[in-house]
Design a protein around this ligand. Structure first.
Ligand code: CTP
Ligand code: MG
Length: 372
């Protein structure tokens, strides 16, 4: 049997204070977590997203393997209805995109339940004592008889279409709606990780589930010979008296090493792959443009740059006289405070090609951490 998973992501996130399903958590938008889990399951043969009307186009691009993306309505119920109408399979699972950590096990329990029941949903026991408050009246409900509903909630498409036809009242989940047409939900165990991100504090909880952000280190190295023409000497984005270095772009050996170190820290390849000297887009571009662009790629991949350290190996010029300018130039290109950039220099003690002043080399080390 085919199964359509419908991801509801059309809410405004009023209690959260922003469109919570779009929030980036460890480099991935919140909605993407559940999406990827459903995608990974062979039982799911169709996936649709219900997005806010303003985001439908963006979702079509970001989730280019989604089977459909439709605009939601002003209520969760209306959004679900639009997803149900777009679905092509008879068996449907409806899931809140705001529950990022739904597991394949929970999804599987709901699917298995549908083999014998018309409607199945995940739920968890209630941990707090719940009171019913009506005006002045306060009644204590028996906690042992209560459960908190989660998603996914699964049922048959034709049952939901019938319920939409027959029931005009709005409900906060599909099971409540189906109860109105006499369908009795079969409840399976959800789990604590499958909580719904509702308030800003819930995002901290979500980050907690993912564990501490990872820290990584990247190494960069580059070397250029001195030029025979009168090109300017650029080192760390700062101009020095000539002779300059020969090579691609402005041949800024230090910025090239730093660029490779940040790309390396997050496994994004190297400078030659991103800025090939055959690409006219980068011809004649100052190396600070490469570094700036690479730093953006690193951030987009979900990492923040914490610290950069570099060593230049050169008999000449005297680099440390402009160390402060270099640190500020690198910091500005990367979007970092200058005290998080370190630059050092050494001669090669007249040894080898560098010692004979045939060229300049640079090493750089970058430390990066996953974004919260
Ligand atoms: N949802 C939806 N369409 C709506 C309202 C909600 O698709 N008109 C989705 C949300 O995007 C969320 C899920 O239904 O994934 C559960 O809803 P809820 O937690 O209430 O999210 P919001 O409505 O966005 O939040 P709030 O109620 O605080 O505004
Ligand atoms: Mg809501």
């Amino acid at each position: 049997m085919g199964v359509t998973a419908i991801l509801l992501a059309a809410g405004r996130g009023e209690r959260f204070g922003a469109d919570k399903t779009q929030v980036i958590l460890r480099g991935r938008p919140l909605w993407r977590y559940a999406y990827d889990t459903f995608r990974s399951m062979r039982e799911i043969t169709e996936i649709g997203i219900v997005a806010h009307a303003d985001h439908v186009e963006a979702f079509r691009e970001l989730a280019d393997d989604a089977d459909f993306v439709v605009a939601g309505g002003t209520t969760r119920g209306e959004s679900a209805r639009r997803g149900v109408e777009a679905a092509t399979q008879e068996t449907l699972l409806i899931h809140d995109a705001a529950r990022p950590f739904v597991s394949a096990e929970v999804i599987k329990r709901v699917i298995d339940g549908l083999e014998t029941a018309d409607a199945v949903a995940a739920c968890v026991p209630v941990v707090d004592t719940i009171k019913q408050v009506v005006g002045e009246d306060v009644a204590t409900l028996d906690r042992n008889r209560l459960v908190a509903m989660q998603t996914p909630q699964g049922t048959k498409r034709n049952l939901l279409l019938r319920a939409y036809d027959e029931v005009s009242q709005e409900f906060t989940d599909e099971m409540a709606l189906l109860e109105q047409i006499g369908v009795r939900p079969y409840l399976v165990a959800g789990d604590a990780a499958n909580f719904k991100v509702t308030t800003p504090e819930d995002l901290l909880r979500a980050a907690g589930f993912l564990g501490a952000p990872e820290t990584r280190t990247g190494l960069g190295y580059d070397i250029h010979p001195f030029a025979t023409d009168d090109r300017p000497m650029m080192l760390g984005g700062v101009r020095f008296d000539g002779p300059g270095l020969d090579g691609h772009s402005d041949a800024d050996v230090l910025l090239h090493a730093v660029t490779d170190s940040i790309l390396g820290a997050v496994g994004l390849g190297d400078i030659g792959q991103h800025f090939p000297n055959t690409d006219p887009q980068w011809r004649g571009a100052p190396s600070s443009v490469f570094l700036h662009h690479a730093a953006r790629l690193v951030r987009e991949a979900g990492w923040e740059i914490l610290h950069l350290d570099a060593t230049v190996i050169a008999e000449q010029p005297k680099i440390m006289s402009k160390a402060r300018e270099i640190r500020e130039a690198i910091a500005a290109s990367v979007g970092l405070a200058a005290d998080r950039v370190s630059v050092k220099a050494t001669t090669n003690e007249k040894l080898g090609a560098l010692g004979r002043s045939e060229g300049i080399a640079a090493f750089a080390v970058a430390t990066v951490r996953q974004s919260p």
